[in-house]
Design a protein. Structure first.
Length: 395
């Protein structure tokens, strides 16, 4: 059976009524037959039938044993860090999602959990960074916004030899393109706010554990800490996943066309897209994933914030916004948006240049998106970038 067919039929028909859409069990509690005797559900923080469908679905898609749904991607990440204790250390990808960086450094550091950030696309650096205190290796692949790829299978071997857990934030790839548990990871986490939800209409997070015992521990923390996903948002996420296969296919196909267009544009300096043979990690990406995703970053020859700020305001189809993975294409300027809280020197050292622009390719026709970018480039050329920048800073 093809994976698209399997995905669609992994979403069960309601056994009680035959409803073909998963029912939304909007209830806090469940009536018991006798004290402690129930139909498998007693309180919706602990378990809810709508959420359970989503949790089983993501476990299946990621080829794990236990799936868990949370009220945000960060709530999902938070529960994973709760597996650690004071004195434990994390080795994490340097080009990490800003919210995860804030959680690690501004929340968990004060509890005595240290994080060592390294360029995980270089296996040797991971190997050199792990110590006997390293209990968790944290990857994102591809990363945000420079789309670095780490060799998940090779790092899984390092983790195993060191008795560390390996967790992969699979948000950018989605389980359609990459299944880290099959490559040796122990835990996968998603911001389902992005591709899984797919319509920019909810905030949600998902965790999948490979090992049932580890899954049970995480489920304990899910219930004990309480940041569960509500029934309606669980339903929205399921509804998003129903079309995930088709959407990802289109995101990937359009992104490759747009990356090629940008690569030959005279105003563009570097293009970051793992599907381009010029991408430094292209071979690893090809080995471990079945596609290269819908995110592209690029820098301008005029490597100034002013030039990038001017350009991102001139597109019409690409909407200026944070986030990614929805049906509408988005454009952003990380230095002034998602990565603003990172000191400029550190941000630049991580490859986030002043002129770096990130695109989330939506489901519009790629010809229209290319025309939109061409229009924006032309407008910038026809006006003086300085004027635009001044107009922006005086707002
Ligand atoms: C958005 C994002 C998160 C955080 O998810 P929220 O749903 O916003 O809490 C974590 N990791 C990555 C890679 C993300 O893009």
């Amino acid at each position: 059976m093809s994976s698209a067919t399997e995905l669609i039929h992994s979403i069960p028909v309601d056994p009680l009524t035959g409803a073909i859409s998963v029912p939304i069990y909007q209830t806090s509690t469940f009536v018991q037959d006798a004290p402690g005797v129930n139909k498998g559900y007693d309180y919706s923080r602990s378990n809810n039938p709508t959420r359970a469908v989503l949790e089983q679905l993501i476990a299946k898609l990621e080829k794990g044993s236990v799936g868990l749904a949370f009220s945000s991607g960060l709530a999902a990440i938070d529960v994973i860090i709760k597996l650690l204790k004071t004195g434990d250390e994390i080795v994490a990808v340097d080009d990490i999602y800003g919210g995860a960086f804030r959680l690690f450094n501004s929340v968990y550091e004060q509890f005595g959990i240290k994080v060592n950030y390294v360029d995980t696309s270089d296996i040797q650096k991971v190997f050199d960074a792990v110590t006997s205190k390293t209990k968790l290796i944290w990857l994102e692949s591809p990363t945000n916004p420079t789309l670095k790829i780490s060799d998940i299978a090779a790092i899984a071997k390092i983790a195993k030899a060191n008795n560390s857990l390996l967790c992969v934030d699979n948000t950018f790839a989605s389980p359609i393109l990459q299944q880290p548990l099959s490559l040796g990871a122990d835990i996968v986490v998603h911001s389902a706010t992005k591709y899984l939800g797919g319509h920019s209409d909810l905030i949600a997070g998902l965790v999948v554990a490979k090992d049932p015992e580890l899954g049970a521990k995480l489920k304990f923390y899910q219930n004990a800490c309480g940041a569960i996903l509500a029934p309606f948002d669980s339903w929205l996420t399921i509804r998003g996943i129903e079309t995930l296969h088709l959407r990802i296919k289109q995101h990937c196909a359009s992104a490759l066309e747009i990356a090629k267009y940008l690569e030959q544009h005279p105003a563009v300096n570097k293009v970051y897209y793992p599907g381009l043979t010029t991408h430094p990690n292209h071979e690893v990406a090809k080995k471990q994933s079945t596609g290269f995703g819908g995110i592209i970053s690029f820098t301008l020859h005029n490597d100034t914030e002013a030039a990038a700020i001017a350009l991102v305001q001139e597109t019409e189809l690409f909407k200026l916004a944070e986030s990614l993975g929805g049906i509408k294409s988005l454009i952003s300027h990380p230095a002034n948006m998602t990565h603003k809280s990172i000191p400029a020197a550190k941000r630049r050292a991580n490859g986030v240049a002043d002129s770096l622009i990130r695109l989330s390719i939506g489901l519009e026709e790629h010809e229209d998106l290319i025309a939109d970018l061409a229009l924006a480039f032309n407008r910038i050329e026809n006006s003086t970038i300085k004027e635009k920048a001044n107009a922006f800073t005086s707002v």
